[in-house]
Design a protein around this ligand. Structure first.
Ligand code: GDP
Length: 300
């Protein structure tokens, strides 16, 4: 139900146009494919992915001897699910016992703090003991903003003063988590892109400090991306890519965009699973990503 509401804009811009095309053209011919291509590209599915998808559709249409456009929709849904599915999907990797550390990376403004707050709420509702680490010591207000979420959700924030070494904050946070017997430590990091080299070095240092204290951590490194920035999100995913040992993506603000097709482009071109999506600004508006549910909600 959440998906269905959150994807309203994408559904209007994408699925309703496909449905209109199907009714209007009736037959599957070259013009049909061309128009479908335009609609998909308009929804930010990404040119390469669209080409691949159209090719696959052509094969399937021939194989199943489909002539009428109205028979195409289930085939299209099936293909979209296929593009989105991945073996590593399905939830977060947690420590089998003891402390789980999850690192959040991403550019300022994408919704990193909000996602950490929502995730804290989620784990807390599952009865887990959660701590937050204020690792963005660079951006003015970042620590306070995390504290606001901490209070809202009812979890503590481990912090130092603004400008301090983020790796030192992480060290403190891991020690605190161990001492207090926390189950989950969610770590915020800086997202300034003005100096990419410095940022990547900082993230690597944080990574190493965490690993030294908890050898199988971080259990997840999640890159947070803003879906409303479309192709920009895609290039951020490529930028962070292998430099930070990413294990998953969180795509925020899907409710605010008609270009939900970006999920498909990112899945195809980056090859890292989308683990969660943000569907609003509230505590409960974080949804575990499921390719079938997603496509189903699009065509609902
Ligand atoms: P950060 O700089 O990456 O930590 O970004 P913030 O967490 O401060 O979020 C930036 C803005 O995006 C805030 O106004 C959030 O309320 C908003 N935001 C975050 N996630 C979502 C989402 O899933 N949907 C919507 N509509 N807004 C969101």
């Amino acid at each position: 139900k959440k998906f269905t509401e959150g994807l309203t804009k994408t559904r209007t811009a994408f699925v309703e146009r496909v449905e209109d095309l199907i009714i209007r053209r009736k037959k599957i011919d070259e013009e049909f494919y061309e128009e479908l291509e335009e609609i998909l590209i308009g929804a930010d599915v990404g040119v390469n992915t669209v080409m691949k998808l159209i090719d696959e559709l052509r094969v399937e249409v021939r194989k199943r001897r489909i002539e009428n456009a109205d028979e195409l929709q289930p085939v299209l849904s099936e293909k979209l699910v296929g593009l989105l599915r991945s073996d590593e999907d399905n939830g977060l990797k947690l420590a089998p016992s003891g402390l789980t550390v999850i690192l959040f990376v991403g550019v300022n403004g994408v919704g990193k703090t909000t996602t950490i707050g929502k995730m804290a709420h989620r784990f807390k509702q599952e009865g887990k003991k959660v701590l937050l680490a204020a690792g963005d010591t660079f951006r003015a207000g970042a620590i306070e903003q995390l504290e606001v979420w901490g209070q809202r959700v009812g979890v503590d924030v481990i912090k130092q003063q603004a400008g301090s070494d983020p790796a030192a904050v992480m060290y403190d946070a891991v020690q605190a988590a161990k001492t207090r017997g926390a189950d989950i430590l969610l770590c915020d990091t800086a997202g300034r892109l003005q100096n990419k080299v410095n940022l990547m070095e900082e993230l690597n240092k944080i990574y190493r400090v965490i690993k030294r204290e908890v050898p199988d951590a971080p259990h997840e490194v999640l890159l947070v991306l803003d879906a409303t920035t479309g192709q920009n999100a895609l290039s951020q995913a490529k930028l962070f890519g292998d430099k930070t040992g990413l294990t998953g993506l969180v795509l925020t603000k899907l409710d605010g965009t008609a270009k939900g097709g970006i999920v498909i482009a990112i899945r195809q071109e980056v090859g890292i699973p989308v683990k969660f999506v943000g569907l609003g600004e509230k505590m409960d508006d974080l949804q575990e990503f499921d390719s079938e549910q997603f496509v189903h909600a699009l065509f609902a």
